[in-house]
Design a binder for this molecule. Structure first.
Ligand code: BJW
Length: 294
């Protein structure tokens, strides 16, 4: 049986069938049921730190070891997680509709791992699996680095005193919990830039106050300019509060797009609110998206 109201499902699918120029804006809620925490609300704390406060150049400047431990933990968790049915359903839609592009704010690598066609996947906020030099004058960047841990000093500490298990995985400590001791990481043990041999590397993600990758922005701009009309934008698992990403909802709307929101929280609608002809599907994206795209 259906988990979304039948009339909404039918009207959405009728519109989707007629649509060719489609956008999806993805947020952390898409990966929630894969076990990865979101930023705002429950799970948005890492130890005593607000996750969005660690995602800043200032935090990295002040304490690169701590920020790297946060990202090292997230890389590790993302590698352990699996894409869920929504990631696969979106990848499948991209193969059927070649004028569909996905604008993902997620850095977890789950859409690529669900084989989302790369040319139709725009990673607005970078990737946990890219690294770049933190030195302003060095342009070094490396992509698809899946080494975990990225350097030995960033390995997730394990509980060596636990006699109940011999598996290293099971002995891993949950360092997102503030009650678990976190060893300090010496600056000299952080990943070093192999190019300039001066700076340390940093995660290849977009922090607050930083520009989104220009190649990604250019692709998205080109798509928007090319299409006089956009048929549909699906806004999936995002609080839609971070710009410029959230602005694509209005951009699409200004080109005639109908808006379909898929979110657990009925209050998380984009700034402009719900318009006539929009859909709001409340619940877990991992369940709803596959049903909508069936
Ligand atoms: C479920 C669910 C389930 C749960 N199923 N749903 C205009 C106005 C005001 C401010 C600005 C503006 N323009 C720019 C700014 C400043 C700033 C900004 O937007 N601030 C706002 C917060 C006010 N923007 C920037 O700084 C951006 N840069 C920029 O503008 O640069 C300008 C510039 C130009 C030229 C030169 C220099 C500068 C950059 C923004 C970068 C954001 N980075 C982060 C971190 C990425 C790395 C990392 O992952 O650590 O991106 S912050 C964080 O927020 C992350 C996310 O991608 C992003 C969005 O969060 P998301 O995905 O929506 O997650 P949540 O937690 O907010 O929401 C989850 C949702 O899922 C909720 O709605 C739940 O209900 C739902 N949910 N479970 C379905 N199972």
């Amino acid at each position: 049986s259906s988990i979304v109201p039948q009339t909404d499902l039918e009207s959405f699918q009728a519109h989707l069938n007629q649509s060719t120029r489609i956008l999806a804006l993805l947020g952390a809620g898409l990966s929630a049921s894969s076990g990865l925490p979101t930023f705002r609300g429950v799970g948005g704390m890492w130890r005593t730190h607000d996750a969005t406060a660690l995602a800043t150049p200032q935090a990295f400047e002040a304490n690169p070891g701590l920020v790297w431990q946060f990202y090292s933990y997230r890389r590790h968790m993302a590698l352990k997680a699996k894409p869920n049915p929504a990631h696969y359903a979106l990848a499948e839609l991209a193969r059927k509709k070649t004028d569909f592009i996905t604008l993902s704010q997620n850095v977890d690598g789950l859409s690529p791992r669900a084989h989302h066609p790369p040319s139709q996947l725009k990673l607005l906020h970078g990737s946990l699996f890219d690294v770049k030099c933190s030195d302003f004058f060095c342009r070094y960047i490396a992509r698809n680095i899946y080494t975990d841990p990225i350097v030995p000093a960033l390995a997730i500490p394990t509980d060596e005193s636990d006699p109940t298990t011999t598996s290293a995985l099971a002995r891993e400590l949950d360092i997102s919990d503030e009650n678990v001791d976190l060893p300090e990481v010496d600056y000299s043990h952080l990943p070093q830039c192999p190019q300039c041999e001066r700076g340390i590397l940093r995660p290849g993600v977009v922090w607050f106050g930083e520009a989104l990758p220009s190649s990604v922005m250019n692709d998205v701009d080109a798509y928007i300019e090319k299409n006089e009309k956009i048929d549909l934008i699906m806004v999936i698992g995002t609080s839609a509060k971070v710009y410029p990403a959230a602005g694509y909802v209005d951009t699409a709307r200004s080109k005639g797009a109908r808006v379909a929101i898929i979110n657990m929280d009925p209050n998380d609608v984009p700034a402009a609110g719900l318009h006539k002809g929009d859909w709001f599907f409340q619940g877990d994206a991992a369940k709803i998206v596959p049903e909508l795209l069936k």
